[in-house]
Design a protein around this ligand. Structure first.
Ligand SMILES: C[S@@+](CC[C@H](N)C(=O)[O-])C[C@H]1O[C@@H](n2cnc3c(N)ncnc32)[C@H](O)[C@@H]1O
Length: 426
């Protein structure tokens, strides 16, 4: 049974999970239900994606999100594309939250009289039942664009595609006959999908629409992991771009940094060399490395031709090179830290050895050293606090970081590149 909700008619009664999304402008507060908040797309990501979608011309027809959760992505599409949207959500309270959030966004834009708002609908029901949904909203319109962001099992590091709810294969199979022309979709998938699972998704799409253009998109908010992994298909895929990397800007309204390639992916290969003073060490955005776009990006910001990859997986991919990177402010958001090695320390860092690290840091004129290596999470703040306190009392000027060489036992004390001229022992 499908129930239709008109976003213009709903109120907030019964919706108790109210939350300010830290990435949304002040005053734009969303409602959630049945623990929908952790499932919701961050507003900034939703708006960025809607802006990318707006660059494509979609055919006449419905803009559909068939598992719309709290409706955050749906509201961003409606308000950016200025087109009515149709959302479907299995959990009735969340369907209600979706309808109310669209109303909130319309009010925020002073657009409550606009057709994109007054004609939008939410269906409380099963998003895999294409026929049932279309019958319920009583429309002869076809689908111009489909968005799918399925729920994934919690606390699972990797998981099978079949565990996504609603299942990808059912959604694609059921909605495939209803597209207006060339299909257009965004599949917002788990950022933890393996290469093999991405291959399975490709195979599903290929089986339905042989040769359909596809662009994979890795999105990063610079937190040492892939934030979103999405497949853009059909007339919203970027021609000639098989992979795209999007770095979400630090503040709302700033331009995203987007890198693209049409090449097939060649993962960097690890080439561990003995630790060496004087070389440069860069810790990169993990999503940039996973996307494969790092191989074309690095040469564009460096005069080096060879890069020695020390770590390619995990939260702190590490590359070694001979010269400093040349980064503008925006490119700088793709590195976690970059600097020159000034000291090699063969110590196990703990509470009894941190004073030794302070001695070295003072010798090299540091006023701060950030710990950028895997440490016991309870020990990390203790050691960082001790370092900060001891260095602040002295008169050092340089800033730096400490990371671990992949040999596992050598720590690399590095000076940040912009402090190179400040002196200290070479
Ligand atoms: C990850 S959330 C979507 C979040 C959404 N993109 C947002 O911005 O708020 C996935 C949603 O799919 C819903 N869902 C699961 N199976 C479904 C089905 N068969 N039909 C419709 N919705 C379904 C879940 O209840 C959940 O709310």
């Amino acid at each position: 049974m499908h129930e239709i909700l008109n976003p213009a008619d709903v109120d907030a009664s019964g919706l108790v999970e109210l939350a300010q999304d830290p990435t949304a402008p002040e005053g734009l507060v969303f409602h959630h239900a049945v623990e929908g908040k952790p499932l919701a797309t961050p507003w900034q990501v939703a708006v960025l994606r809607a802006a990318l979608l707006a660059k494509h011309s979609l055919p006449e027809g419905l803009v559909l999100d068939c598992a719309c959760g709290s409706g955050i992505q749906l509201a961003a599409y409606a308000s950016s594309l200025h087109r009515p949207v149709l959302g479907v959500e299995l959990e009735p309270a969340r369907a209600h939250a979706s309808a109310f959030n669209i109303q909130t966004v319309a009010a925020h834009h002073a657009a409550t009289e606009e057709p994109w708002f007054t004609e939008s609908r939410i269906v409380s029901g099963d998003g895999t039942d294409a026929e049932g949904v279309l019958r319920a909203v009583d429309t002869a319109q076809r689908i111009a664009f489909l968005h799918l962001d399925p729920a994934r099992p919690r606390n699972s590091r990797t998981h099978a595609l079949e565990e996504m709810q609603p299942p990808l294969h059912s959604v694609l199979r059921e909605w495939a006959p209803h597209f207006a022309g060339e299909p257009a979709f965004v599949l917002d998938l788990s950022p933890r999908l393996t290469d093999q699972q991405r291959g399975e998704v490709e195979a599903l799409v290929e089986a339905l629409w042989p040769g359909l253009p596809r662009t994979w998109e890795w999105t990063s908010r610079g937190r040492g992991r892939v934030d979103r992994l999405a497949l853009w298909g059909g007339c919203v895929a970027e021609r000639g771009t098989s992979r795209r990397f999007v770095r979400v800007p630090q503040t709302l309204g700033k331009e995203a940094l987007i890198l693209r390639t049409g090449d097939t992916h060649e993962a960097p290969t690890v080439r561990v060399h003995p630790p060496k003073r004087g070389e440069f060490v860069t810790l990169l955005d993990a999503a940039l490395v996973e996307s494969g776009l790092v191989s074309s990006w690095l040469p564009s910001v460096s005069k080096d031709h060879t890069f020695r990859w020390a770590v390619v997986e995990g939260r702190r991919p590490q590359v070694h090179h001979e010269h400093a990177l040349r980064l503008n402010q925006q490119q700088g958001t793709l590195v976690q830290a970059t600097g020159r090695v000034v000291e090699l320390l063969n110590i196990e860092l703990n509470e009894s050895t941190v004073d030794g690290l302070v001695e070295y840091a003072l010798e090299h004129n540091f006023r701060s050293v950030k710990l950028r290596l895997d440490l016991d999470p309870t020990l990390q703040p203790v050691l960082q606090g001790s370092l900060d306190r001891q260095l602040q009392r002295r008169h050092g000027v340089r800033e730096g970081f400490l990371t671990r060489h992949p040999n596992g036992h050598t720590l690399l004390l590095c000076v940040l590149v912009h402090d190179e001229v400040e002196g200290g022992r070479p």
